[in-house]
Design a protein around this ligand. Sequence first.
Ligand SMILES: [Zn+2]
Length: 357
Amino acid sequence: MEKGGLWKRVLAEKYGIKEGYWLTCLKEGRPQGSKWWRDVCKIDQGEGIMNNWVSLGFEAKLGDGGTLKFWSDVWVGGSALSIKFPRLFLLTTDQNATVKDMGTWRNSSWHWELPWKRQLRSWEEDLEKELLEIINTTHPSQNKEDQWSWHLEISGNYTTKSAYSQLSKGVPRHEGDFKRVWKAPIPPKVSAFCWQLLHRKLPTKDNLASRGILTDIASSNCCWCDAFPESHDHIFLHCNLAYSLWIKCYKWWGVHYVMSNSCRMVLDQHKWTGGNKLIDRGWNIIWFAVVWTLWLGRNDWIFNKKEVKADCLLELVQIRSFYWAKNIAGMDGFSLQAWCENPSNCLKTTNKRKDRV
Ligand SMILES: [Zn+2]
């Protein structure tokens, strides 16, 4: 295929855009906002849509910083600063500021000046330090324009071949997730929810903030502890309430794990117990029951002002997992009470039946 053929064809056929127009947009540095550009950037990988495959290959080269958005363009550190520092993004006085707006030249040396809506708290100052460490690795240059280049070719120019080979490699994917989530014996809406969770696509407050949907800093904290921003890992793992629910489940099942740092890693821990195959399958269901119960509890708290306690959540996990466990062939003949008392024992007994799954 000729150089840039894919884009030219898409733009010409779908949007009637003249050849070379996208190049002009790229040179101007701000093509991301338009509808046609967003469509071009979107690609269906079979396991979900990747919204910005183009960003895998394009790299912003910082010149004077006049056209690069400080928070939303990827110009340092490999990802947008709004995604890396959602809390600070909420606190900045101008979310659309360019890199150039965020500092000044004094005696030919560049000084970062980060304006905040209010004085930072001590833990936010730590975030600011972390941010400064990243941005201090580079600085704008005077009298030099910002540039975009295609880093998959030495020439810096886009070619279809390099784009195709990058997309074939894909972004890091967890091949087993699809089967584990969509074949699990749980209601489809729970599968859909867990799929979003594993891809960090739930409308948690930090996600809403990084997209500019939630702008109120006061309401971006976790509803349960009000001490940390509500992120996926926080509400499902690190918040005291979530953590104590996991620990209660470990006790209930008599398993011993060190809590992992991400929801996906905890799902991996729910693959295997050292017992029989049915016990493993039952233990796997618990991960789905816990994250689903935490999410419903979080929504109840936010939207219905309903307080939740770890003990009540554990009961809900037990009831949900009991009914879901019944969906697995071979798992029946035990009561809810027996399940709550000793789930492994229930599954050991049912193992006498033929496991048809
Ligand atoms: Zn919390």
